[in-house]
Design a protein around this ligand. Structure first.
Ligand SMILES: [Ca+2]
Ligand SMILES: [Ca+2]
Ligand SMILES: [Ca+2]
Ligand SMILES: [Ca+2]
Length: 160
């Protein structure tokens, strides 16, 4: 999607340049022809403006941050979320769709829940305690944790 957008803007600029191009050998147009041309140009500009507005419409952007809420939800893009600060802070993090990285390995003595949901996720509850739940959901998921943490739907389990 992003690659597509990067391509669209230069393409639109090229179209504008073409629309504004003057043929050097063109005979001088009559006033009527000129006003026709101007109208056509205005139309092209309006269409392009509408397209640009559509492209610039807000879309969900993947989240890459430390959570500050419970539950802490990602987006339907590739998110990287880590647990809230502090030992004993219970977290509940969901990646939603796409391939996410969810981390609850920094603080311990808590009861964290990590849910990857759709996509190939990497979940980490390797915080030294054995009270966490890691659930990969659909997809090929990798779960890293402590012996005693509860793995669900993990295709690859490390330390669990
Ligand atoms: Ca936590
Ligand atoms: Ca996601
Ligand atoms: Ca753990
Ligand atoms: Ca998953």
């Amino acid at each position: 999607m992003r690659e597509g957008r990067d391509f669209i803007v230069p393409a639109l600029l090229a179209i504008v340049a073409l629309a504004n191009r003057r043929d050097r050998y063109e005979p001088r147009p009559s006033t009527r022809e000129r006003s026709k041309k101007v109208m056509r140009r205005i139309f092209v500009v309006l269409v392009l403006a509408a397209l640009l507005v559509a492209i610039a419409a807000p879309v969900a952007v993947a989240i890459k941050e430390r959570c500050d809420t419970i539950p802490c939800n990602g987006t339907n893009k590739k998110d990287q979320l880590s647990e809230r600060k502090g030992n004993g802070t219970t977290d509940n993090i969901r990646g939603l769709k796409r391939d996410d990285r969810l981390r609850a390995d920094r603080y311990s003595r808590d009861r964290d829940t990590l849910k990857g949901e759709e996509g190939d996720d990497v979940l980490n509850s390797d915080d030294g305690d054995s009270k966490d739940l890691v659930d990969g959901g659909k997809g090929d998921d990798t779960c890293v944790g402590d012996s005693g943490d509860r793995p669900r739907n993990c295709e690859i389990e490390v330390g669990l």
